[in-house]
Ligand binder design. Sequence first.
Ligand code: AKG
Ligand code: FE2
Length: 259
Amino acid sequence: MNVLDDERPQDEFVRVDVQSAQALAQSMDDDGVGVLRDIVPAAILTKLRSGVAVLVEQQGARYFGFSGAQWVTGTCLAPLFEDSGLHALLRQLYVRKMGTLPPSERIYPVMRVLSGKQGVRHSNNFHYDSYAISILLPIQIPNDPGELAGHLVMFPNLRNARRFAIVNIVEKAIMEKLLATIWRSPRVQKWLSAKVVTLQPGNLYFIWGLRSLHANQACAPSSVRCTVLFHFGDPHESSVFKGLSHWLHAMKLRRMARD
Ligand SMILES: O=C(O)CCC(=O)C(=O)O
Ligand SMILES: [Fe+2]
């Protein structure tokens, strides 16, 4: 495309279309990941990165995580977060994979900033998301030659969604805690054909988060890595065991925050 033909203001997102659902779902099934390229414009990436730089400057090189709708409101990511095309696409993907309507229309946004020794601790933590679909937006990925970039590594579509929340919780505990070191082993990753997804800021990466065991690779403690996740569709949203899984997750974050 000739850039001169593109009349979008430089800080506007490229429109996300529900028509992409079929192709995305196919790639997520076949390759583990579906990609929409060049959705977040460079001007917005620059703004977000300067916000992150201020945080790192103020609080030092450590791990930051923001979750829930409040942190997005009023930021330059809000137009994408509220975009009706994105919501329609997520709904469509959910219906295709889960065979029912999503339990809610809510997108759960998370921002992760990895830096310093704590950042390394937040790497290679293989997990299943609680949400059927996760979109990963790389904001800042280290890219100096010879530097570890912290790409995404995944075992695509290792399982199906579990019907009962308690089964899901027990399975997650076994896979994410008891067997944590197994998934980190290069030999196991090779043997089980783990996929490394090279992250390019500006693109949106779609995965079946609930089905695919995944983690970010480590990057150097001296670098800063920032990603945003949009999670959608938790089939166990209204389960009585949800409180337990939130508590387990909060404990895990607290443990990792200890120096
Ligand atoms: O930051 C990343 O690359 C992945 C993070 C992730 O999988 C998550 O927060 O659920
Ligand atoms: Fe995840």
